[in-house]
Write a protein that binds this ligand. Structure first.
Ligand code: HOZ
Length: 429
């Protein structure tokens, strides 16, 4: 028995399902999860000594690759002075300034410890600011696991085939409206009729939790226009896309201004950090200035802050994101050509440092319906073939893939070679 299998059996004795976040359990692809031992650059190594080229990157944070020496050194140095004080430290202001400099339309930012906290708190702020209760989200977009947002969501809920969660009282979701991603008509109809009751629209501007689904420019433009018309706070949930689709995220990439932005993943460089921010007049409703309450013992933790600041400094260099996108392009073009050779129905998409792979004969994936119509069995075959060949993909067809700056031509070439042989095997099935 491999150590991974043994450790998974042990874990199940004490941890529900053996994991602390459901997608990791490999339920949708079958088999046992791989237990990791270490990671460096583009590679992760499991407890049995196997190495894999990694396209999960801890689900997004590891944009520089794993264990970047400067990030690790900064963390070690800061940790030596104490792990947590529960009192202000200067590093929080340094990171806040950096984030406000990078992210468009962000005058003020508050740090918390996860993306879930960030989106939950941003919604509370939007409700406090507008005095309205209703919120609008889009099907297949995932904004963390707070009650009001677990409606027709993506990520682990899609993986488990339950887009909404048990344990969420009806009352908690009665003000959550769900619309279709990229459906301009539905959006217009809804907001023209009840826009004046809506506190906020929250959207992953590029959806990354129902596989990768890009927005149409006209859809985002209409969304901005309608929110302005009805005094609705437009929240871009950039937990996945922030600092990744472009340094300034999707606001920069698509030229659309959000009123608030939520952040996570890259902002902590691998440590638990979330953040939410926006225009000063909105953010100043927050306690201790205003009446919207939000707090956290480990919020602004110095070790997490320094990991985030060092990461953001290292990625704020000319050409960083162009090169990340070029790597995604090379990978996607290689995979597409390999699938074509094997005559497998397959397509790809990418933006900045994120990509999607789809087992379908459809050319463009624009909606939740398109993403969920892809062939799940084909994905499972591909996932396990790649894993055996030393490439670690997300164990779910509904998660975007992540590229890092440590993935060089050699890793991409190797990935495409492995994919070519997996596609060839799949063609025989
Ligand atoms: N929400 C992440 C996936 N979209 C987390 C998955 C995990 O950490 O297992």
């Amino acid at each position: 028995m491999s150590l991974s299998v043994q450790y998974f059996q042990d874990a199940q004795q004490y941890i529900p399902g053996g994991v602390n976040s459901p997608v990791r359990a490999f339920k949708s692809v079958g088999g046992d999860p791989v237990f990791f031992q270490s990671a460096k650059g583009a590679y992760v190594t499991d407890v049995d000594g196997n190495s894999y080229i990694d396209y999960v990157g801890s689900w997004g944070p590891m944009i520089l690759g794993h264990a970047h020496p400067e990030v690790i050194a900064a963390v070690q140095e800061t940790a030596a002075s104490g792990l947590s004080f529960g009192a202000p430290t200067q590093i929080e202001t340094l990171l806040a300034k950096k984030v406000c400099d990078i992210v468009p339309n962000m005058d003020r930012v508050r740090f918390c410890s996860s993306g879930t906290e960030a989106t939950m708190s941003a919604i509370r702020v939007a409700r406090g600011f507008t005095g309205r209760d209703k919120i609008v989200k889009f099907e297949g977009c995932y904004h963390g696991h707070s009650d009001a947002l677990l409606v027709k969501a993506g990520s682990g809920l899609l993986t488990m085939g339950t887009p909404s969660s048990a344990g969420v009282p009806e009352d908690c979701v009665k003000d959550t409206l769900t619309l279709q991603f990229n459906d301009i008509e539905g959006l217009e109809q809804t907001l023209q009729s009840i826009g004046s009751e809506v506190a906020c629209v929250i959207i992953e501007p590029v959806a990354g939790n129902m596989n990768l689904v890009k927005p149409e420019q006209a859809f985002l433009e209409k969304l901005r226009e309608l929110c302005t018309e009805h005094g609705i706070v437009l929240i871009f949930d950039e937990v996945m896309t922030g600092f990744r689709t472009a340094l300034g995220g999707c606001q920069q990439k698509f030229g659309i201004d959000a009123d608030m932005v939520t952040l996570g993943k890259v902002i902590g460089g691998g440590m638990p950090v979330g953040a939410f921010g926006g225009r000063a007049e909105i953010m100043e409703v927050l306690s201790p200035l205003g009446s919207v309450y939000q707090a956290g013992t480990l919020s602004g933790n110095p070790v997490a802050m320094v990991a985030g600041l060092t990461t953001l400094e290292l990625i704020s260099v000319e050409g960083f994101h162009d090169s990340l996108e070029a790597s995604c392009r090379a990978l996607c073009e290689g995979l597409l050509a390999a699938a074509k050779t094997a005559d497998i129905d397959f397509t790809v998409d990418y933006i900045g440092g994120m990509f999607g792979i789809y087992f379908t004969n459809q050319e463009n994936i624009k909606s939740f319906a398109d993403a969920t119509a892809c062939d799940g069995e084909r994905f499972r075959q591909f996932f396990h073939g790649m894993l055996r060949g030393g490439v670690y993909l997300a164990p779910s067809a509904f998660e975007a893939g992540f590229m890092s700056a440590a993935h060089s031509e050699a890793e991409i070439k190797r990935t495409v070679e492995v994919a070519a042989s997996v596609f060839a095997e799949m063609a025989k099935l």
